[in-house]
Design a protein around this ligand. Structure first.
Ligand SMILES: N[C@@H](Cc1ccc(O)cc1)C(=O)O
Length: 377
């Protein structure tokens, strides 16, 4: 709710009028209600954003660096956010960091990343592309229940394609000139590293320039005025905003998503300390399903809002049902069902359901047998 106010900065009546007028902005209302956004940049842009969304469908992007050969559950929040924009009728771009993967984003890290070989980067890019396309396809086939033609296809681009043709001297001379050292040094990702014993390499220090240039490129190519990213991306997003303000007359806007943590304060998405992967070879579909089934009662409502497409009203109904029969773990089942479908499709879900039914039945007949043996039938 706090964010809804922040995002809109308009009176309730103006908002309601706009809400009725525009289909596109409807989605933003829903996303804010769900606690989907942590921050926006510039932080006073609420009414400008609303105006743009009211006027016409917008273009939004988020990037994924190929740091591993699969995305993980932690990446799902950004992916689901992109899908919400797609459902709202907007143009969506998922960017693969085939070039930025060579540099390494220092955000949220305490040490430099180990440089990856080009074959590894290429392989990771292919795997991540496959993860994304599978999720987008599963969403369209099994979760979006309306006319498929209403969903504009999500573009998947690789930033390697535009850096390939850029001359490095030209790049430093043309683009580098727009970055001020003072501002770059103030970024949280730099501050947290620069005074540490290990420090930070120039390579990682320069990362913000590349993410900024990506946005400028996508703005020119696709009129992409929105960028979304994880909670640690504000530094890179604001750097992009600055580059674009200096070099074009267009306004652009960044939105970051909340950091999801468990009750114990750990980053969400780990099981016994290991990442839960989207690739079925790294985490089995059943492992992913079980990960969500194990969600604590105290955390499940928030996760339903952030990670599923149930409306807020439907989530209230799910939670109501839960209060009556907590032992059935109904919200956990809704969460696990929808996310397993999104990541692995409907087939494996049907297998789990059959398996669970069979195991419940065999448990029941075991209990029955034991009762009969002990004379309690
Ligand atoms: N830096 C982002 C990934 C990214 C890469 C390139 C971009 O243009 C945008 C985002 C991250 O690590 O999550």
């Amino acid at each position: 709710m706090k964010l809804l106010k922040q995002i809109l900065c308009v009176s309730k009546t103006t908002w309601l009028q706009s809400y009725k007028r525009s289909y596109a902005s409807r989605n933003i209302l829903k996303l804010s209600e769900r606690g989907m956004y942590q921050d926006m940049f510039p932080n006073t842009a609420g009414s400008e954003i609303l105006d743009l969304l009211n006027k016409a469908p917008q273009c939004v992007y988020a990037g994924f660096d190929p740091t591993a050969n699969s995305l993980h559950v932690g990446n799902l929040l950004v992916i689901i956010n992109l899908l919400h924009w797609q459902r709202g009728g907007h143009d969506v771009i998922a960017l693969l960091g085939g070039a930025t993967g060579y540099i390494g984003d220092p955000s949220g890290r305490s040490t430099d990343r180990i440089a990856l070989h080009s074959e590894v980067i290429q392989d990771n890019v292919n795997c991540i592309k496959n993860n994304l396309e599978t999720v987008f396809e599963n969403h369209k086939k099994y979760i979006w229940r309306k006319d498929e033609s209403k969903l504009k296809p999500i573009k998947v681009v690789n930033n390697e394609s535009w850096y390939r043709g850029i001359d490095s001297i030209q790049f430093v001379s043309d683009i580098g000139r727009n970055f001020r050292m003072g501002t770059m040094l103030l970024k949280q990702s730099v501050q947290s590293r620069i005074n540490s014993e290990i420090g930070m390499s120039f390579t990682e220090f320069a990362y913000q320039i590349f993410q900024s240039y990506d946005w400028l490129h996508l703005l020119k190519e696709y009129n992409c005025r929105f960028q979304i990213g994880g909670s640690d991306q504000m530094g890179n997003i604001s750097a992009g905003h600055e580059l674009i303000s200096r070099t074009t007359k267009k306004s652009v806007y960044g939105l970051t998503l909340p950091l999801v943590t468990t009750e114990e304060g750990d980053k969400f998405g780990k099981s016994a300390g290991n990442a839960v992967w989207l690739d079925a070879k790294k985490t089995s579909p059943y492992g992913l399903y079980q990960f969500f089934i194990r969600t604590k009662d105290s955390e499940v409502e928030n996760l339903l809002k952030l990670f599923t497409f149930y409306s807020v009203g439907e989530i209230q109904d799910i939670m109501f049902k839960h209060k009556q029969h907590p032992e059935q773990r109904y919200p956990q089942t809704c969460l696990a069902d929808q996310l397993t479908t999104l990541v692995h499709g409907i087939k494996c879900l049907n297998i789990f359901r059959r398996g669970i039914r069979a195991s419940n039945e065999s448990n029941r007949s075991d209990i029955q047998q034991r009762r009969e043996v002990s004379g309690h039938a």
